[in-house]
Write a protein that binds this ligand. Structure first.
Ligand code: PMP
Length: 389
């Protein structure tokens, strides 16, 4: 008898996750993203997606994708360096570089892979990496994989101390907008410290591009900062731009180093060119349609004003990510289930995605939400039993 070689290990894992209320379930959405979604057969008002500008189901983008597919087919067929790179990829890279204001940009299949590539390339041979404790999992994993000499800081003062104790050079890495807390990094402060230390600054702008700064050009642009060779921007195309994929925008040398050496760039199939056609159209819409950021800003203000009146524990975030902290994983799950009874889709986020004791409802707002949608959400939050939120 051979038996199941994985059973005992996996059962221990399963038992631990269930005991700690950390078991995760995938639900099946049967509709496009949008304020109203069909999930497991029910129509729900969703505050769960990163489609901040309401572009993921824009008919113009669906059409752009179809046109791209008619021209290029559905798959890239190879990696970028071995025949997969197309005119569509190239044009999108040029548009992204112009959007961010850097000499060049480079496409990646996912933001996760872009971060792996960046840290391996910028921190080779146990290079020094100073990173915010709240950085996205992909930056944390990137440092582990690159075996970077890593220091995690809590705030700018902590970074300053760590840099003062280290030899010049290295890389500072931070989310521009923190994905689970929604607040924005002190980019001018980080950049000044990095420059004084002759270090680079790697900014993960996954939740910033399209949303933060003039025309959604990101957190440095929000502070009036132009291109700086010390600054490397990582962005995704699957959040505010509503599509899929990611990119790095940086100096020519950084981009060329990624092309020449980054394994997550070299050893993977290029994104479908049709997707690149679609993402280029999305970028143009995101830049041009300022009213989307205006609407989104209104929804954020309405939600925060209502949450303050209800006495909810929100965080100091001015972005579409508006978490309500509940503490216990079980409480967060319970609150999410109760909101479901009011026809709302609001996910509970638990450790290890957030620190132990800070499980939360991760509410995300979109330009496609209406004032009534926000009122519906606030009404349901108000109806949670005392102690639930
Ligand atoms: N960085 C941050 C801050 C993110 O939130 C995410 C996505 N959750 C990523 C990187 C990874 O991007 P992608 O989904 O394209 O892999």
């Amino acid at each position: 008898m051979t038996g199941d070689p994985f059973a005992s290990t996996l059962e221990r894992t399963f038992a631990r996750l269930r005991d700690q209320d950390l078991w995760r379930r995938r639900e099946r959405r049967q509709s496009p993203q949008g304020p109203s979604v069909q999930v497991d057969g029910r129509t729900l008002l969703s505050f769960a997606s990163n489609d901040y500008l309401g572009l993921a189901n824009d008919p113009r983008l669906v059409e752009a994708w179809c046109q791209g597919a008619r021209r290029y087919g559905v798959g890239a067929g190879a990696s970028h360096l071995l025949g997969g790179h197309s005119e569509a990829h190239h044009e999108l890279e040029e548009a992204l570089a112009a959007f961010v204001g850097t000499p060049r940009a480079l496409l990646f299949s996912t933001g996760y892979m872009a971060n792996l590539a960046l840290v391996a390339t910028l921190c080779p041979r146990r290079g020094r990496l100073f990173e915010d404790r709240r950085n996205h999992a992909s930056l944390i994993d990137a440092a582990r994989l690159a075996q970077a000499d890593r220091h995690r800081y809590r705030d700018v003062a902590g970074l300053k101390r760590a840099l003062a104790a280290a030899a010049p050079g290295g890389v500072v890495a931070s989310d521009g907008v923190f994905s689970m807390d929604g607040d924005t990094a002190d980019v001018p402060g980080l950049l000044a410290l990095a420059q004084a230390h002759r270090a680079g600054l790697l900014l993960d702008e996954a939740h910033a591009f399209g949303v933060v700064g003039p025309q959604g050009r990101g957190t440095p642009a929000a502070h009036g900062l132009g291109h700086d060779p010390a600054l490397v921007h990582m962005g995704t195309l699957g959040k505010a731009f509503g599509v899929f994929g990611a990119f790095v925008a940086a100096s020519t040398d950084v981009i060329e180093a990624l092309v020449q050496t980054a394994r997550p760039y070299i050893y993977t199939t290029a994104l479908p060119p049709a997707l690149a056609v679609c993402a280029k159209a999305s970028l143009a819409i995101a830049v041009a349609e300022e009213y989307r950021r205006t609407e989104l800003g209104e929804r954020i203000r309405e939600f925060r004003a209502g949450a303050a009146q209800l006495g909810l524990q929100v965080l100091p975030s001015s972005t579409p990510i508006q978490p309500v902290i509940l503490g216990d994983a079980g409480r967060a799950l319970d609150a999410s289930a109760r909101l479901r009874e009011h026809g709302l889709h609001v996910p509970a986020v638990r450790p290890p995605t957030v620190p132990a004791g800070s499980a939360r409802l991760r509410i995300t707002l979109s330009a496609a939400h209406t004032r009534d949608d926000v009122e519906h959400l606030l009404g349901a939050l108000a109806a949670l039993p005392p102690g639930s939120a």
